[in-house]
Design a protein around this ligand. Structure first.
Ligand code: ADP
Length: 643
């Protein structure tokens, strides 16, 4: 049943990542990779290992001394005084060893846990960097919440696996070797009993570890999915609230987490059903309980058997009582080590399960390489589209652009118009290299953009989106977003290149300085998550300032369709007109005034250019254009006529 169920549930939990041909998910070298994570820590860990040997020998000397103590007390050949002296001597030795061991234990714990922290921090940065390097299509397929869950919970699973677990593993190995040796030295007859049981326990633990690994992978996948639902509804709380959809969202979340209080929601069922984290967790706990029970049972019975057999040996004078006690303590030690060992094995397997996707992302080569191409400090601003075809990677059979050709001269303004869904935003996305075209070439200053380094984008392209998104930092930091990126790209401090005069200058050009100055904290005002504390018009003007800060030669604009209030609208429009001067501009236009000022208007429909020319030309010859102006630009026309 387990195999069948697993097979049937698998597709439900498969993230799109897995179906991505770029990812070789069959390569199951998770264990090796986890250990490699700690490579930089190997020096420290070697020191930790030395401490480990010392502490282990120290701890394991206790049963030996206790045995000696008991034998000294019960030795019939010694006088009471002799016994007392012997006892004192043994106790002093024991105290010295234990004191020293405790100090070493402190350092050992500190070294291994510290290494774990360093490993997980490195891993998180590595993963975050890898996520940000991915092409935009990757984000069309993989959801934010899921990626965030990988970043937080999956990475922490790996934290111990790479370091402390290694320490515990070696410690237990060492403990088993020392204890077994001591057992053989103490009594070879009794030792044979325990040696017979060990392979049984090991075999059991190994198969259990495999089971845990499988369950754990499903568990983390289900958790990542739940995290995604949570992320979407929390991030979009205003929409959730507006539709009073809190309960729906909670239900969706509950479906993935599972409802522990729902009696109809059985943990084990004989028909395929998507597994909730709760169910998987319960299965895990059940497996865990069974494991402890069986292993514990084997251990206890072995112990009882040994005690009986050992007692017989003492009666037959083949060993002393003190030695039997030492032996039992060593045997307990071995038993405990084996149990810890098994637990460790299962948590390591769990870590491997959790790590699979983490490593998949880290190893993934972005389909679109942004770094390492030709660098251009300045760009004149000529743009050529030559027979560009494009379909979105998520919908490869739908052509969004089909042999799209367009030449844009330096310092000219091209307006893209057309019905919604015609491909206007796609043209801008291709220029920003959110995606690469599937056919044809796009050139900037005659150079194929696929051969350019991403710094060309940063330095020469300015983007003002329809609904500009700001970061939840200060206005100043938002305006300087590109400058900071430039500084970091050049290996400098992120704030080094900021000139307040320049910031004020661009804010004035963007009609933003006035309202910014009215805030009590001015440019240091925090804008709230995604700029939520600002009005639409204010956000737009800050976004314009942000684009202007880099003095880009090419400006990509998506005019807002949503109406701002008249005054705000005028300020935004004025700012846009001002910033368009002296640059190559590609604008998705919704206003007649913008269209009238454009050097060329491109009418897009059904993946193709229907016509292009100046406003008057198109009005004269293109029925579809006339139609568009009449129907879609009504509001703007009134504005245009009024002007
Ligand atoms: P416009 O800007 O003219 O309204 P778009 O360029 O946004 O048009 O969209 C063109 C077509 O591409 C539409 O059919 C749209 O559904 C599709 N599309 C847009 N973005 C994506 C995406 N990320 N993944 C898949 N299809 C998309």
């Amino acid at each position: 049943y387990a195999d069948k169920a697993e097979h049937e549930h698998e597709p439900d939990l498969t993230s799109p990542l897995e179906s991505d041909s770029l990812i070789d998910s069959k390569k199951d070298n998770g264990g090796k990779r986890i250990l490699q994570l700690a490579r930089k820590e190997w020096g420290m860990m070697a020191l930790g290992m030395v401490l480990l040997v010392i502490t282990q020998v120290g701890s394991l000397s206790v049963p030996y001394f206790i045995g000696k103590l008991i034998d000294a007390i019960s030795d019939a050949d010694m006088s009471t005084e002799e016994k007392r002296d012997e006892m004192k001597a043994i106790t002093y030795q024991l105290c010295a060893i234990l004191g020293f061991t405790s100090v070493m234990l402190f350092f050992r714990g500190f070294i291994f846990n510290g290494a774990g922290e360093r490993v997980v921090s490195r891993l998180r940065i590595q993963l975050f960097k890898a996520i940000l390097q991915q092409e935009i299509a990757f984000f069309d397929k993989n959801k934010t919440g899921e990626l965030l869950s990988r970043l937080s919970s999956d990475t922490s699973k790996l934290q111990d696996a790479a370091t402390s677990s290694v320490s515990v593993f070696i410690r237990q190995c060492l403990s088993i070797v020392i204890a077994l040796t001591m057992m053989f030295v103490t009594s070879w007859r009794l030792s044979c009993v325990i040696v017979g049981v060990v392979p049984l326990i090991v075999a059991f633990a190994v198969s259990y570890g495999r089971f845990v690994k499988r369950l754990s992978k499903k568990y983390t996948d289900a958790l990542a999915k739940a995290a995604d639902i949570a992320n979407e509804s929390i991030a979009n709380i205003r929409t959730t609230r507006a539709f009073a959809a809190e309960d729906v969202e909670t239900d969706k979340y509950k479906e993935l987490i599972g409802d522990p209080d729902d009696p109809t929601d059985k943990v084990f069922c004989w028909y395929p059903k998507a597994m909730s984290t709760h169910k998987l967790g319960i299965q895990k706990s059940m497996g865990h309980g069974g494991f402890i029970g069986i292993l514990g049972g084997i251990g206890q019975f072995t112990l009882v058997g040994m005690l009986y057999y050992g007692g017989t040996l003492v009666l037959e004078d083949k060993m002393t009582a003190g030695r039997l006690i030492s032996f039992m303590m060593y045997a307990l030690n071995v038993g405990m080590s084996l149990a810890i060992f098994a637990g460790l094995f299962s948590s390591f397997m769990e870590a491997i399960g959790a790590s699979t996707r983490t490593f998949e992302i880290i190893d993934r080569d972005p389909a679109l390489k942004l770094r390492g191409g030709v660098k251009m400090e300045t760009v004149d601003g000529r743009i050529d589209f030559e027979d560009v075809s494009f379909s979105y990677p998520s919908r490869p059979d739908v052509a969004v652009l089909d042999k799209f050709s367009l030449e844009i001269q330096k310092n000219t303004k091209v307006a893209l118009v057309g019905q919604s869904g015609g491909g206007k935003s796609t043209v801008i996305s291709l220029l920003e290299r959110f995606y690469d075209s599937t056919g044809g070439t796009i050139r900037v200053d005659g150079k194929d953009i696929k051969t350019l380094d991403q710094s060309v984008l940063r330095l020469n392209f300015g983007l003002v989106a329809q609904e500009p998104v700001l970061f939840g930092v200060s206005i100043l930091d938002n305006i300087c977003y590109g400058v900071a990126a430039k500084q970091v790209g050049e290996g400098l401090d992120r704030n080094a290149g900021i000139s307040m005069d320049r910031v004020v200058e661009v804010a004035k050009m963007a009609n933003a300085h006035e309202f910014i100055s009215q805030f009590p904290e001015g440019y240091q005002t925090m804008v709230g998550e995604r700029g939520i504390k600002l009005s639409g018009g204010q956000k737009q003007r800050i976004a314009i300032a942000r684009a202007l800060m880099m003095n880009p030669s090419i400006l990509l604009l998506d005019e807002a369709t949503s109406a701002l209030d008249a005054q705000s609208e005028e300020l935004v429009q004025e700012a846009i007109n001002r910033v368009m001067e002296g640059r190559t501009v590609v604008v998705i236009a919704h206003r007649l005034s913008t269209i009238k000022n454009a050097d060329a208007i491109v009418l897009l429909k059904d993946h193709k250019i229907v016509d292009k020319g100046r406003h008057d030309e198109l009005m004269g010859r293109c029925v579809e254009y006339q139609d568009l102006v009449k129907k879609q630009l009504t509001a703007a026309r009134e504005e245009g006529n009024g002007a």
